[in-house]
Design a binder for this molecule. Sequence first.
Ligand code: MRU
Length: 354
Amino acid sequence: MTPQLRTVDWVPAQASRRTPGDVVLIDQTRLPNEVVWLRTRDVRDIWTAIKTLQVRGAPAIGVTAAMGVVAAVQSRPGATADLIRAADEAAAYLATSRPTAVNLFWALDRMRRVAAGAAALAPDAFKDRLADEAVRIRDEDAAMCRAIGRHGAELLADGATVLTHCNAGSLATSEYGTALAPIYVAAEQGKRVKVYADETRPLLQGARLTAWELMEAGIDVTLICDNMAAHVMKTRGINAVLVGADRIAANGDTANKVGTYGVALLARAHGIPFYVLAPTSTFDLTLASGDLIPIEERAAEEITMGFGRRTAPLNVKTFSPAFDVTPAELIAAIVCEKGILRPPFPVALRNAAG
Ligand code: MRU
């Protein structure tokens, strides 16, 4: 996979109209063993794809949900007022799939607003208008990621070695990724960059996805288990930690894949700058701090029977948060499409969002 390959796309049945069409996704649960595409126009499949992480990563979830609204509406008969109601219902349904990544709610709100504003259109034109918006969300996300890559590459010298956690690459976005975008841009600029990828228990996004997409792109990547990060920071000359985000609160506190907070503490202990890279669609300035970010908890089986094999006693008690919150004071900079934001974050985030 090249960074330009599309993780999620809208494919219309006819070239002349946006609708009807299909949502086409890379099924990320099948990676790295096989590249399988999921093609559907059923909103229930799209809900399940988000819930089960066939598509995952905050921006990719938002884009997919926007397309899910179109899928739900496009085959409905009825007047435009009925279609607006159907779009609202679909958005409310898709919003129940995962709670932490704010991009999901951001994209669904945008689709709802567009639907409400298109009440004067005839039904077919209304459906095309919704599909146009979903594709625009996709294209804007790709452009934001590209800009994040350009800004973030300024932080990477030729020969830099970085550590990353989870997958915030092409697979997690429309294209390029957030945390991995600077690595792709630096490589295009002729810089040599090495990456250490945490495997990211329990679902192994680092091993299955980050290692795979970086290798496909010809980037020098070394896979490590999560519990090796401290040793690697001490012995392998890590120059920077780059991670993505699922939600950034107004004070800069950042929710990302569970384990990120620990990596940030380790980076601080080793004097390594810890950077968060995310588009402004990941900012949630309605929340004063990270304490207010809803943290998804996932099924016990993901940690007791990962990938189908029992690795813990039957009925053992478990706790499986999918995300944690890194306090703003551990973050050296937040890189968004507008540039590199430095503390104090409350002002910088407000200015970038506005
Ligand atoms: O549970 P996941 O795989 O959806 O978690 C993904 C992450 O935590 C990513 O780092 C985050 O969404 C940023 S993706 C650009």
